[in-house]
Design a protein around this ligand. Structure first.
Ligand code: SAH
Length: 256
């Protein structure tokens, strides 16, 4: 990870106003802005933190993008789950190396990337081929080919059933997760965990209703609030604005 930049690497550039630009270093390519250009070759062999100057004298600091940076900047088809919810989902679902996960839908792959980073082995069901390809490309682009052996995507409607068995986890981000609860009860092993992300509390309530039977326990629904703080000298207070809502997390443990 701590090695100089090379062709193929992703670089996050910050200008003097902390505006962000995400580029992938390519042979013969140039980074262009209104403030002139920087040849990609200038980054090669340089360490993270290097400051390069464009032909018109603008300074750009080069860093490797974090997963959070990439999720916010990557190409999107479907709406992604935001970082504030991605990490809690992994904690609640207890994602770790070798954990077998059924994920649906896959969307732009933000949640896939996060779970793969935690070591999950994912089977992903997605109904839209364009999204499926987008997710695959995003995952490959950020995590590299090494993870693809743990990432198996299928063009499939999750409401119609889950073909595989003995999953440790089922993680859902689709409009009607309650339709998947009976299928999850067949596909999860006893002790497995289900997590469903839903923008609306009505969806959460309907999911909970579907889980209100002896097969499920420890069911709960929560939301994650993330409030930034403004800290500048003696002016120390919460930010005036915040993202007040993204989605609800509903979870339960399958008893068999
Ligand atoms: N969690 C993803 C975003 C998922 S958006 C991310 O972080 O990037 C919801 C996705 O569910 C969409 O791509 C949609 O096509 C897919 N979807 C909707 N209904 C589905 C179904 N019945 N089976 C499989 N995928 C479905």
């Amino acid at each position: 990870m701590n090695r100089p930049f090379a062709i193929g690497d992703k670089v996050l550039l910050l200008d003097s106003k902390l505006r962000r630009y995400l580029i992938t270093l390519a042979e013969g390519a140039e980074f262009h802005t209104h403030a002139g250009l920087v040849p990609h070759a200038d980054f090669v062999g340089r360490p993270e933190g290097v400051v390069l100057t464009s032909t018109k004298g603008a300074a750009y600091t080069a860093l490797r993008p974090t997963l959070e940076d990439f999720v916010l900047e990557m190409p999107r088809g479907a709406q992604v789950i935001y970082p504030k919810d991605l990490a809690p989902i992994c904690m609640i679902a207890d994602i770790g190396p070798g954990v077998r996960v059924l994920e649906s839908g896959v969307g732009s792959g933000a949640l896939s990337m996060t779970m793969l980073r935690y070591g999950a082995e994912i089977v992903g069901y997605e109904i839209r081929e364009d999204f499926l390809n987008r997710a695959y490309n995003n995952v490959r682009s950020f995590l590299g080919d090494d993870v693809l052996g743990r990432y198996q995507l299928q063009l499939r409607d999750c409401y119609e059933g889950i073909a595989e068995r003995d999953f440790d986890r089922v993680v859902l981000d689709l409009p009607e997760p309650w339709q998947v609860i009976p299928h999850a009860a067949e596909a999860l092993r006893p002790g497995g965990i289900l997590v469903a992300y839903t923008p609306s509390i009505m969806q959460a309530a309907q999911t909970r209703e579907a889980m209100a039977n002896k097969a499920w326990s420890f069911t709960r629904t929560l939301e994650v609030l993330h409030r930034g703080w403004h800290i500048e000298g003696r002016a120390v207070r919460p930010d005036h604005r915040m993202v007040a809502h993204t989605g609800f997390l509903t979870t339960g443990r399958f008893l068999g």
